[in-house]
Write a protein that binds this ligand. Structure first.
Ligand SMILES: C[S@@+](CC[C@H](N)C(=O)[O-])C[C@H]1O[C@@H](n2cnc3c(N)ncnc32)[C@H](O)[C@@H]1O
Length: 194
């Protein structure tokens, strides 16, 4: 019989795995400009309050982190496909595991760059990112998202768009969840040159 490893060796191995995982999280935070910091319970409550009653099309959570909000979205819209998108490998793996464990058939978690994800069939986009990512997203939404699609963003505005609603988070810092709607189609020249 092979000798079992010393408890000290196992502890060292576990510490090395945790350190490698933490380093990967830090590296991706630096690369993407956003930590996998989940929406606070108050912010999540405000996001849920800001959601439309009905959604046409798919629901995307862009930058879904550890998957908590994606799970809540899948529970809220059981007859809609919900796709959580995350590039950072450790949060993505955890979100995927949580989606699998939840057995929610309408929830998938993809490892992808949110700036490459197709938004043409989205009816609702939920995000908690940062200013630069939202500016890029605003340009793509104007060009590619279907008219009427709703964007719900925790804290960060969608470029120069005007929100149709602001839901206070009630965090004592004036935090808000912003709600936007993709406008009706404008003439192609205006839509594509914007
Ligand atoms: C502040 S967290 C929000 C997590 C979750 N949406 C929530 O509200 O609880 C932002 C997440 O977006 C992810 N992210 C940032 N840029 C991304 C990109 N280009 N593609 C995919 N994920 C990205 C980060 O890795 C991080 O997990």
């Amino acid at each position: 019989m092979a000798p079992s490893p010393e408890p000290g060796t196992l502890a060292l191995l576990a510490a090395a795995v945790v350190a490698a995982g933490a380093s990967l999280v830090v590296l991706y935070t630096l690369r993407l400009g956003a930590p996998p910091w989940p929406s606070s319970p108050r912010a999540r409550h405000a996001v849920m309050a800001a959601l439309p009653a009905q959604v046409e099309g798919a629901i995307l959570e862009l930058g879904c982190g550890w998957g908590g909000l994606a799970l809540a979205l899948a529970a809220r819209y059981p007859d809609r496909p919900v796709v959580g998108v995350e590039l950072s490998p450790i949060p993505w793996a955890v979100a995927r595991l949580r989606a699998w464990a939840s057995r929610r058939k309408n929830l998938t978690v993809r490892r992808a760059d949110l700036h490459q994800v197709d938004v043409a069939r989205a009816g609702l986009i939920v995000c908690y990112l940062h200013r630069e990512a939202m500016t890029r997203l605003a340009i793509r939404m104007r060009r590619e998202a279907p008219p009427g699609a709703v964007v719900v963003s925790n804290s960060f505005g969608l470029g120069d768009w005007t929100p149709e609603a602001r839901v206070p988070i009630g965090d004592g810092f004036g935090g808000v969840v912003l709600v936007y709607r993709v406008p009706p189609l404008s003439p192609p020249s205006a839509r594509y040159n914007a």
